[in-house]
Design a protein around this ligand. Structure first.
Ligand code: AMP
Ligand code: ZN
Length: 666
C-alpha cells in the first residue's frame, strides 16, 4: 500500500469512529486504540507534508491561535425568532399565516437548544468555514475553533449538495459543564456560571487547543442554499442526519396547533432528561415553498415561532428604585435588587417598565419580590410577597421631576411612559440622540463610540450631531484616552459618514417612531428632506404604512426651530439629504397606483427580485388578494385557493414574462 493510501485509510477509519462516537453515541473502539491510530496518522502527516489536509481528523486537536477573528458577512442573514408563551399566541400566529399562504399547513416541531448559534459552510463535502451569528448580518470566523468540536463533521457522507450552509447551535452538555467546573474548583478558580455563556465564550477563545479540551457539541437544525432538492424542513433534518450531522431525534411533525401543544407539553416535562439545556420549542412551517411565501419581518421569519418554556423564578429584596432617562426623554424605572442567582446568572437589576406597572403591583422599596428571567436579558418583577412586607412600608411615589435636569416630567394621554420635555437641555437626551446618530444602523461612524460621545458633550465640544462635522483633531487629542491616531480615525469616520445614503440619515435623525423601515419608506416616497419638511400630516398619512402617530411625530420634529437649524447645518456640511442619482436609477413610475400580489414559483427572477422590481417601478406589493388587488403576477404552482379567490373577485392573472415586459425588464 502506498503512503498516500495508508494516510487515506487511517483518516477514513478515524473519521468513522469519530462519527459513531460523537454523533451516534456508539463506542466502536477503545480510547487507547483510537489514540494509537491518531498518533500513527500524525506521524505520517508530519513525515509527508505533501498529503496535508485541512480537514484531517488530526486537525481536531487544535493548535491554531487567532488574535482577532475575521468578520464575515453572512450570505443569508441569521434571523432571530419571534416568541410565544401560550396557546392563544400560537393560534394567533396560525391565523396570521393562514391569511398569507394557500393549502394545509404542517408544522415541524423541534427543541430550542440554548447555546451559541453557528453557521457552517460546506463545499464538496468539506467544512469550509464556521461563522458566529454576530449581529445577524455579520459574525466572526471561528473555523479553527469549531473544527475541534468532534460532532462537527469535517467531511460529509452520502449524497450531499455541492455547496450549502447549515445552521445550528453549539451547546455544552450539563455533564461536561460539571466536569469543567470540578476541575476549575480544584485549581482554585471561579466556576463558570452556566453552560450557555460558557459555550459561546468558548467559541471566542484565541487558542483552539483550549477549545478542543471543552466537551462542546454541535446540534443542527437549518439548511440554507439553492438547488438543495429538498421540499420540507423535516426532510432537511433527515438529510442532514444522513450526511453525518448531529440532528437530535426529538423533531416531530404536527398537523395542527393542538398537536404542536402536545409536543410542547411533552418536552416541558421531559427536557429535564436531556443532556443539554433547552429553553423552549421552535415551530416551523414544514413546507419550504410556504416558508418562502411567508418570508421575513425585519427581525424574524414569519414561518417560525419559538414557544418558551415557563421560566425559572426566585424571590429577593428590592433595595431601591432608580430612574433612567432615554434619548427620547422617556423615563424607565429600574429595580435594584439584592443580588440573587437565577437560571445560572446573578441578577441585580430588573426593569419596572413604568409608573402603572409599579402601581398595579404595588411594588415598594424593602419588599420581597418575585423575579423571573424569560428570554430577555433584563429580568422582570412578577409580584410582591405581601406576607414579608415590612410594617412601616410606604407606597412608592413616582418621581415628578427629571433626575438629570430637574425639569417637571410630563405624561401624555394614553402613554404609559413619563417623559422629560427638556429636549434641548437634558444631558442624557442630548447624548442619547448623538449616540443614536452615530450607531451602526444609522451613520455607522467608525472610531467614535458611545462613551466618547458622552465625553465630547460633557466637555462642551458638541451640543448636537451636526456639531460633529466641525470637530478638529486639535480639540480631540487632549481628551482622556485619545491620541493622535485615534483622533485622526474619528475625524475620518465623521467625514466618511457624509456618504451614508439619505434613508439612513433620515433614520439617524432620531425622529420618534421613525425606525429603519419607516425611514426607508419616507426616503423612497419623498426623495429629499425638503419635501418631507413641506409635507402636511394628511400628506404623510397617505404614504403606504405611515400612520397618524408617525405622521404627527415627523411634523412635530420639523416644526422645531432647533431641529431645522441642525438639519440645515447637516446640509451645509454635505450630509446626504436626498436620494442620490444612483439610487434613482432603475426607479420608474410605471406601476404607480398598482397593488400587486405575487404568487407561485418564477423562472427569470427570484421572488424577492420580483418584489423589488415592483417597488422600484412605483408599485406596491401586497401579500393577500382583495378587491384592491390590481393584478397577480402568477408563476408556476400557484396555489388553488389563491386561484379561486382571484377568479371570484375577478382579479387578473399576469404571467411572469408578460409582467417583465411591462416594466421593460427584457
Ligand atoms: P432568539 O435568539 O431568542 O431570537 O432565538 C433564535 C435563536 O434560537 C436562533 O438564533 C438559534 O440560535 C436558536 N435555536 C435553537 N434551537 C433552534 C431550532 N431548533 N431552530 C431554530 N433556531 C434555534
Ligand atoms: Zn431631563
Amino acid at each position: 500500500m502506498s503512503v498516500e493510501q495508508k494516510i487515506k485509510e487511517l483518516r477514513d477509519e478515524l473519521r468513522e469512529h469519530n462519527y459513531k462516537y460523537y454523533v451516534l453515541d456508539e463506542a466502536t473502539i477503545s480510547d487507547y486504540d483510537f489514540d494509537l491510530k491518531l498518533k500513527e496518522l500524525q506521524n505520517l502527516e508530519t513525515k509527508y507534508p505533501e498529503f496535508f489536509d485541512a480537514n484531517s481528523p488530526t486537525q481536531r486537536v487544535g493548535g491554531e491561535v487567532t488574535k482577532n477573528f475575521e468578520t464575515i458577512v453572512h450570505e443569508h442573514r441569521m434571523y432571530s425568532l419571534d416568541n410565544s408563551y401560550s396557546k392563544e399566541d400560537l393560534q394567533d400566529w396560525e391565523t396570521r399565516i393562514k391569511k398569507l399562504v394557500d393549502g394545509e399547513i404542517q408544522y415541524a416541531c423541534e427543541l430550542k437548544y440554548d447555546g451559541a448559534s453557528i453557521s457552517l459552510t460546506y463545499e464538496h463535502g468539506n467544512l469550509i468555514k464556521a461563522v458566529t451569528r454576530g449581529d445577524g448580518f455579520q459574525g466572526d470566523n471561528v473555523t479553527a475553533n469549531i473544527k475541534t468540536i468532534k460532532s462537527v463533521p469535517l467531511q460529509l457522507k452520502g449524497d450531499f449538495p455541492p455547496k450549502f450552509d447549515i445552521r445550528g447551535e453549539i451547546v455544552l452538555p450539563f455533564d461536561g459543564f460539571k466536569k469543567m467546573n470540578e476541575a476549575r474548583i480544584e485549581l482554585g478558580e471561579e466556576p463558570y456560571r452556566n453552560p450557555r455563556n460558557t459555550a459561546s465564550g468558548s467559541l471566542k477563545l484565541q487558542d483552539s487547543v483550549e477549545v478542543a479540551k471543552r466537551p462542546l457539541e454541535c446540534l443542527l437544525y437549518n439548511l440554507k442554499g439553492t438547488k438543495l432538492g429538498i421540499t420540507t424542513q423535516f426532510e432537511s433534518l433527515e438529510k442532514a442526519r444522513k450526511w453525518g450531522f448531529k440532528v437530535p431525534e426529538a423533531a416531530k411533525l404536527a398537523g395542527s396547533i393542538d398537536e404542536v401543544l402536545e409536543f410542547v407539553e411533552y418536552w416541558d416535562v421531559h427536557r429535564h432528561d436531556l443532556p443539554y439545556e433547552t429553553d423552549g420549542v421552535v415551530i416551523k412551517v414544514n413546507n419550504l415553498q410556504q416558508q418562502e411565501e411567508l418570508g421575513y419581518t425585519a427581525k424574524a421569519p414569519r414561518w417560525a415561532m419559538a414557544y418558551k418554556f415557563k421560566a425559572e423564578q426566585v424571590s429577593t429584596t428590592l433595595n431601591s428604585i432608580t430612574y433612567q432617562v432615554g434619548r427620547t426623554g422617556a423615563i424607565t424605572p429600574v429595580a435594584n435588587l439584592e443580588p440573587v442567582e437565577l437560571a445560572g446568572t446573578i441578577v441585580k437589576r430588573a426593569s419596572l417598565h413604568n409608573a402603572d406597572q409599579i402601581e398595579k403591583l404595588d411594588i415598594r422599596v424593602g419588599d420581597v419580590v418575585y423575579v423571573e428571567k424569560g428570554g430577555e436579558i433584563i429580568p422582570k418583577i412578577l409580584g410582591v410577597d405581601l406576607t414579608k412586607r415590612p410594617v412601616d412600608s410606604k407606597p412608592t411615589e413616582y418621581i415628578a421631576f427629571c433626575p438629570e435636569c430637574h425639569t417637571e416630567l410630563i405624561r401624555e394621554e394614553g402613554e404609559a411612559q413619563h417623559y422629560c420635555p427638556n429636549y434641548n437641555g437634558c444631558n442624557p437626551q442630548i447624548i442619547g440622540r448623538i449616540q443614536h446618530y452615530i450607531s451602526r444602523k444609522a451613520m455607522d461612524i467608525d472610531g467614535l463610540g458611545g462613551e466618547t460621545v458622552a465625553l465630547l458633550v460633557n466637555e462642551g465640544l458638541i451640543y448636537n450631531y451636526s456639531d460633529l462635522y466641525e470637530l478638529s483633531k486639535e480639540q480631540i487629542v487632549p481628551l482622556e484616552r485619545m491620541a493622535e491616531k485615534s483622533a485622526e480615525n474619528l475625524i475620518n469616520g465623521i467625514r466618511e459618514s457624509k456618504n451614508i445614503p439619505f434613508e439612513r440619515v433620515l433614520y439617524a435623525l432620531g425622529i420618534r417612531y421613525v425606525g429603519e423601515t419607516v425611514a426607508k419608506k419616507l426616503a423612497k416616497h419623498y426623495k429629499s428632506i425638503d419635501t418631507i419638511i413641506k409635507a402636511s400630516t394628511e400628506d404623510l398619512v397617505n404614504v403606504d404604512e405611515i400612520g397618524i402617530k408617525i405622521a404627527e411625530s415627523v411634523n412635530a420634529f420639523f416644526t422645531s426651530e432647533a431641529n431645522n437649524y441642525i438639519v440645515d447645518r447637516l446640509k451645509q456640511f454635505g450630509v446626504q439629504l436626498e436620494i442620490s442619482a444612483e439610487q434613482l436609477e432603475g426607479q420608474t413610475e410605471l406601476l404607480k397606483g398598482d397593488t400587486i400580489v405575487v404568487s407561485g414559483v418564477f423562472e427569470y427572477v427570484s421572488r424577492n427580485e420580483l418584489k423589488k422590481l415592483i417597488e422600484d417601478n412605483g408599485g406596491k406589493v401586497s401579500s393577500s388578494i382583495s378587491s384592491k388587488t390590481s393584478y397577480i403576477v402568477a408563476g408556476a404552482n400557484m396555489g388553488p385557493s389563491k386561484k379561486d379567490k382571484a377568479e371570484k373577485l375577478g382579479v387578473l392573472l399576469i404571467k411572469e414574462s408578460e409582467f417583465l415586459q411591462k416594466i421593460n425588464y427584457f
